[in-house]
Design a protein around this ligand. Structure first.
Ligand code: ADP
Length: 377
């Protein structure tokens, strides 16, 4: 039996003509980033956004051709909009927050089986980024989606605690190189927190961060998922920028508190994603207000409405306000996130609503039939 190689796949693809008579799709340079994992093959097909219909048809033809090859159990073709020299890539339908003329995103290789990767980020620590990430993930899960969580906050991994998970992931192969994800509440999760002791201080130098994250993302046997929520490290430094660049993100959610200072930081977050042309799915205002449990009166402890006004000014969707609430914190500390363990609560409803808006942007509101994914290189 012939083994499955990139050359074998390319040979097959050379039999398919390029859409504008420029020879075949391989010689026209439309195929890139072939990844073979077991029998699963993923690669990119460059598309002209102006001819999306044709490219979608071609995508199906290409997928079928690769699927027919011996040894292929699954083929996934990601449409990427190739940037023409001298002109900014224009999305077929405007991607929210995408900025024409932004620096091109370096090639980010898809993660087989995961349709959308979304980042949850904040300009600084302590604003509730991780709390938002897990509850957004569980909100997406409650919509009937298949969801995974990657804890990319290597400086302060909080997903083990938030999920209430302890222990170490099992090795999935004899050589121990790949791991099985941990799972709870129907969501798979990977975190450096499962691999190092909480009390061991970790000093991360730049390249180490990326290699740890690559491992957590690509050396885990994820099940298929519609969305992977990535809890980013706080801030907007080099590590965050590299991560945003090298991960094939469908979009980013920015978490901010209402305080001005946090908003200045949040703006840095927005700009970072714009720089690498990742669509901004919107801003969440966390610790937005406090409703007194005794008198029912609403208190705007950190001021209120700053994030909403700022989102409008910046032309980024405002996804919602999450109030400061004792129960949210208590449940988080106990590994019982509110979106999973108190689905009837006001907070769970807010996170579901945020999840709905995020998914609507990712898939045009169609919960059942995923639309083809367009990413911009
Ligand atoms: P970050 O990831 O930005 O550092 P965390 O999600 O870890 O922030 O949140 C910091 C602290 O604030 C945690 O103790 C968390 O339980 C608490 N917290 C976050 N959001 C809320 C909220 N809406 N109400 C009450 N406590 C919250």
């Amino acid at each position: 039996m012939t083994t499955l190689t990139k050359d074998r796949i390319l040979d097959e693809l050379k039999r398919i003509a390029a859409p504008d008579g420029r020879g075949n799709i391989v010689s026209a340079g439309l195929i890139s980033d072939i990844v073979i994992e077991g029998g699963e093959v993923t690669f990119a097909l460059s598309a002209d956004p102006a001819r999306l219909k044709t490219m979608e048809q071609l995508q199906t033809v290409v997928e079928q051709a690769v699927k027919r090859l011996p040894g292929v159990s699954k083929a996934r073709v990601v449409l990427t909009a190739e940037r023409q020299p001298g002109r900014a890539a224009q999305p077929a339908s405007p991607a929210p927050g995408a900025q024409p003329g932004a620096a091109p995103q370096s090639r980010a290789v898809a993660v087989p089986g995961i349709t959308h990767l979304i980042a949850v980020a904040s300009g600084k620590g302590g604003v509730g980024k991780s709390t938002t990430a897990i509850n957004l993930a569980l909100g997406l899960k409650s919509l009937g989606l298949r969801v995974a969580v990657l804890d990319a906050d290597v400086y302060g991994p909080s997903m083990p605690k938030l999920f209430g998970l302890t222990g170490r992931p099992e090795a999935s192969t004899a050589d121990g190189k790949r791991m099985k994800p941990m799972a709870r509440y129907g969501v798979e999760v990977s975190s450096i927190g499962f691999l190092v002791d909480e009390d061991t201080p970790m000093i991360w130098r730049g390249p180490m961060v990326m290699s740890a994250l690559t491992q957590l993302l690509r050396e885990v046997e994820w099940s298929e998922a519609d969305v992977m929520v990535i809890d980013m490290p706080p801030g907007t430094g080099d590590a965050q920028l590299t991560l945003a660049q090298q991960t094939p993100l469908s979009g980013a959610v920015i978490v901010s508190t209402p305080q001005d200072l946090a908003l200045i930081d949040a703006r840095k977050g927005l700009n970072m994603f714009r720089k690498v042309n990742v669509p901004l799915l919107g801003i969440v205002e966390n610790m937005s207000y406090f409703t007194c449990t005794k008198c029912g009166e609403r208190h705007d402890i950190f001021g209120h409405g700053g994030a909403k006004a700022e989102a409008e000014r910046l032309g980024v969707p405002f996804l919602g306000e999450v109030p400061l609430d004792m129960d949210v914190r208590l449940r988080s500390d106990e590994g019982r996130p509110v979106a999973a363990t108190a689905p009837e609560s006001q907070h769970a409803a807010i996170y579901r609503d945020i999840a709905r808006q995020v998914w609507a942007q990712l898939e045009g509101g169609n919960l059942r039939k995923p639309a083809p994914k367009i990413s911009f290189d």
